[in-house]
Design a protein around this ligand. Sequence first.
Ligand SMILES: Cc1ncc(COP(=O)(O)O)c(C=O)c1O
Length: 344
Amino acid sequence: MEREYGISGAIKMASNENPLGPSSKAIIAIKKCLNHIYRYPDANAQLLKFHLAQKLGISEDSILIANGSNEVIELTLKLFLRCKQEVIIPEPTFSLYAKFTQALDGIPVRVPLKSDFCINLEAIRDNITSQTRIIFINNPNNPTGTIIKKRELEKFLKLLPENIIVVLDEAYGEFVEDPEFPQGKDYLLNPPPWVITLRTFSKVYGLAGLRIGYGLASPEIISYLNRVRQPFNVNILAQAAAVAALADQEHFEKTLQVVSEGRRYLSEQFNQLGIKYIPSHSNFIMFYLGKNCLQIYEGLLERGVIVRPLTSFGFPEYLRVSIGTFDENKRFIQSLKEALFSLK
Ligand SMILES: Cc1ncc(COP(=O)(O)O)c(C=O)c1O
């Protein structure tokens, strides 16, 4: 990108990563582990499962460690979806749910969000048929940053038919400050419905490049998922880094603080610029630019700021910006002002 636009020092605010990078303790753990890479990794990621179970207050056999939470999405579909069965997917949301569904000859049933950009649980219920197998709910939702609250979710789960699996993707769950945000880990037992909750080390823990995430579900579901995954699905460096990152509470809290302050700053700046945006509970914000959207996107690129166009999500008049460091956020706003000004 830098070569194409003749720039250097570009900042990437497009993939919702941790702007602070990983914990320094994770880096140390990786370095210590380097001499061991001739060995296969622990096939069951026992140490990480032990620490996660302690932290989350759940049993180790309710945890599946995976090659990114993407792998849990894929395994869930491979395991439970049969040809021509339906998967309900809010729209817009994370694109991989539909891609994997189609790759497995399932039928994605897309349910538009409400006018406030929140996931429409009532409409999802109305779209359930005898062929529905899985429902994906991304909470908070990517790219809107909106959430479903505890009361709504519980009411929804109570009314679902027994044979349905709900995947609650909480890739961005750590960033939510609303006390009414439900924690998927609280719905794993006493099925039906069967709930599989996804979390990842790619976002708040800053380990996206290592590919490590996890699924939480009843021990029965986890045992099925374990049967279809590859034995050494998570590499040795990722496991060591995740254990260290989990223990680094200081870096975790610093990340939440930077995201919280950045979210407030960017929201205020959008207000001042008269730019419509969707109030976000996550580490990104979707904002509206209308018909000039792609031109402004290009203008930002020329100034070395990479954000995410939402054309592929069906929203060509919106962009999504990941919350960066204080300096990155300022540079983004300055570049946005310049790009808007150059239109006039
Ligand atoms: C909603 C959502 N789920 C899952 C993922 C993938 O996470 P991972 O890196 O753990 O595979 C992403 C990545 O952007 C995401 O936005």
